[in-house]
Design a protein around this ligand. Sequence first.
Ligand code: ATP
Length: 256
Amino acid sequence: MTLLKITELSSGYGRIQAVRQASLEVSEAEIVTLLGPNGAGKTTLLKTVAGLLRPSGGSVVYLGQAIDDWSPATRARRGLVLVPEGRGILGQMTVWENLLMGAYARGAKTKDVAEEIEKLLDQFPLLAARLQAAAGVLSGGERQLLAIARALLAHPRLLMLDEPSLGLAPRMAQEILRTIRGLRDRGITILLAEQGIRQALQLADRCYVMVTGRIVASGPAVRFLKEHELSEIYLTGIISDKASGTAAARPEREPA
Ligand code: ATP
């Protein structure tokens, strides 16, 4: 079943068009990666899907319904949840309070979620040990884990993660990616924006490559793993004549 279908979406900031006619689909229980270099438009695309930016063209359909007039809060309540780049953690609040905020996003009350948080923390032992700490003192990796745990309390159907391993030490980045794989195993569908190509591709079922606001290639992640060098060309944003002739011109594939 298709959860999210974006068709010819354009979006940006005033006169800056950061996403240009991008089309993309995510089906239930998939991990889809959106790969692209710095400034390709990945964040802009995710923010537009989350309702934080208004598209200048195209459509976003979620669960078969056009959602253009849904507020960001409505989207989150209906399971379309974004973990932003930079993570959006409230540093003055404790880890526990940040987790509560995730549950509030779906309209839950404190007394109803304590048990759920306890249970969730079994999968996040690093957070369980720091519940009363101010979130501001956590390491980058711990903050990312907190952002993911908080998003889970919003009961996402489609979880959008914007560069979750950005700036993390390799071991912590691996831990985050392991956590993401665990989420998929629990049936949560994931749209993952990343620059770090190999790890993201190893995790994903399918992949879209974005360069300067456009989706330039898409297909099963394993194909891009095999074409690792080619993918790297895309990710540096330098598309040689040869590469653009073989891959950029390739038609978009339907999700399996
Ligand atoms: P990154 O990995 O750096 O986050 P990205 O692929 O997520 O890259 P975006 O952040 O979506 O890319 O940026 C796409 C383009 O939009 C870039 O040219 C960027 O400079 C521009 N841009 C991003 N945010 C704003 C803003 N608030 N105002 C104006 N231009 C912006």
